[in-house]
Design a protein around this ligand. Structure first.
Ligand SMILES: [Zn+2]
Length: 422
């Protein structure tokens, strides 16, 4: 019979927005657990993946076998009935550690219908038919653009700044509707490089415009955040990238402290800007990038930019308040030391176990679940007892835990563990 609890190695990738060398938490954690992985300080390290997705797969540490293969051979034991009867016969979630030095592509993840259509038409760009709602939990201060500002903030910004008038459709109603906003974003994304350059320049030098007769004299002109504008310009100096304009004029800018989390539903725009995070998503790699990226990766032919702007939804669930995902005490922790982040989706939730540095170390015991779990130690060290075995845990340790297996953790000093579960 196969082991029900086993250690994994992860795979770290090198997207240009990642933190460099040893500054990258993703790289430091990967180095501790992955045989043969050496950090090169001249390279960026962006994401440590530890799921069964084929792109950057987790492997069984002792044998090197891909996690996907051992799951496929032992579906009943390792995935369990709940996954096999209600989801696809594979790990329903994809956990990652991200170390972000500069803005990631401004992106959305298509919903299930759109993902299936895009995958059928262009499987090389859209590798699976699944949706990809995701959560991001801050491990450090985490800056992000996510969800739309209310129209009541966006509209006055565009009306007060002469440089932005050109992006307002001629037939725009007052007040704006979501259709107006979609047209404005469409215009920003299709602007030519000279227009983008001139607009950024004008906003930088006139962040607070003088009131004009067409504006309400009682309304204070909205400010452009010039500190952010300058920072984004140094990150994406290519004048052809419209990301800075779209993000600063239409999206919420948020700073999360460690432990705080975001939920990004399908079709919601987002661009992560800086920090170390735990990320987890439904098992998919479908993304539509519109800006903040190498033009070669951008969905820049007009057809795909159309798909991006058409897919944007403006539901309440994308507002600033609604993208914040609070954590609550998990009923699975016997001692109340497990927090759970529960996005409104059935593929996964994320547990966080934080054990403090009391003498001898704190303990927690987690009741068995009915789906698979994958955990990573992000801080500290300790021991784990599961399925009749006691094993040592160190920073960077990644473990698979089968359905029906309870776990006891004991910290040596302090220890922080994240665990994706169904
Ligand atoms: Zn994303």
């Amino acid at each position: 019979m196969t082991d029900r609890v086993f250690q994994l190695s992860g795979t770290c990738n090198n997207y240009p927005w990642g933190k460099h060398g040893h500054d990258s938490l993703a790289a430091r954690l990967c180095q501790k657990t992955t045989p043969g992985f050496q950090i090169d300080d001249s390279k960026p390290y962006s994401e440590l993946w530890f799921g069964d997705y084929p792109d950057f797969p987790a492997r069984v540490l002792t044998t090197g076998e891909a996690l996907a293969d051992i799951l496929a051979r032992n579906k009943e034991t390792l995935l369990g009935d709940k996954v096999l009867t209600t989801l696809d016969p594979q790990l329903p979630f994809l956990p990652k550690i991200l170390s972000i030095a500069k803005a990631l592509p401004l992106q959305i993840h298509p919903d299930k219908n759109l993902a299936a259509q895009l995958h059928a038409k262009d499987p090389s760009s859209f590798p699976d038919p699944n949706h990809k709602p995701e959560i991001a939990i801050a491990l450090s201060d985490f800056e992000v653009f996510a969800g739309f500002q209310p129209l009541s903030q966006i509209e006055p910004l565009f009306r007060h700044h002469p440089a932005l008038h050109q992006f307002i459709p001629a037939d725009a109603p007052r007040p704006w509707t979501n259709t107006t906003l979609r047209a404005v974003i469409h215009a920003l994304l299709h602007a030519d490089p000279a227009t983008i350059h001139q607009t950024q320049h004008a906003l930088l030098h006139h962040p607070t415009p003088t009131p004009s007769p067409s504006n309400d004299p009682h309304q204070k002109p909205p400010q452009i955040n010039t500190t952010l504008l300058t920072r984004l310009q140094t990150q994406y100096p290519s004048a052809s990238d419209p990301g800075t304009l779209v993000a600063l004029t239409t999206l919420n800018f948020l700073t999360l402290s460690p432990g705080s989390a975001l939920y990004i539903p399908a079709d919601a725009p987002h661009a992560y800007l800086s920090g170390d995070i735990v990320e987890c998503m439904a098992r998919s790699n479908n993304v539509l990038n519109a800006a903040f990226c190498d033009p070669s990766q951008r969905v820049q032919n007009n057809k795909n930019l159309e798909v991006f702007t058409e897919a944007l939804t403006f539901s309440k669930a994308h507002s600033k308040e609604d993208v914040i995902l609070p954590s609550v005490v998990s009923k699975r922790g016997r001692k109340g030391r497990i927090q759970v982040y529960q996005p409104p989706m059935r593929e996964f939730e994320m547990l966080r176990v934080e054990l403090g540095g009391t003498e001898g170390g704190e303990e927690e015991e987690m009741e068995a679940g009915d789906g698979p779990g994958v955990m990573i130690v992000t801080k500290g060290q300790g021991k784990m007892e599961a399925d009749g075995k006691v094993v040592g845990l160190a920073e960077g340790s990644i473990w698979f835990v089968a359905p029906g297996v309870g776990v006891k953790w004991k910290a040596e000093g302090e220890m922080e563990v994240f665990m994706a579960v169904v």
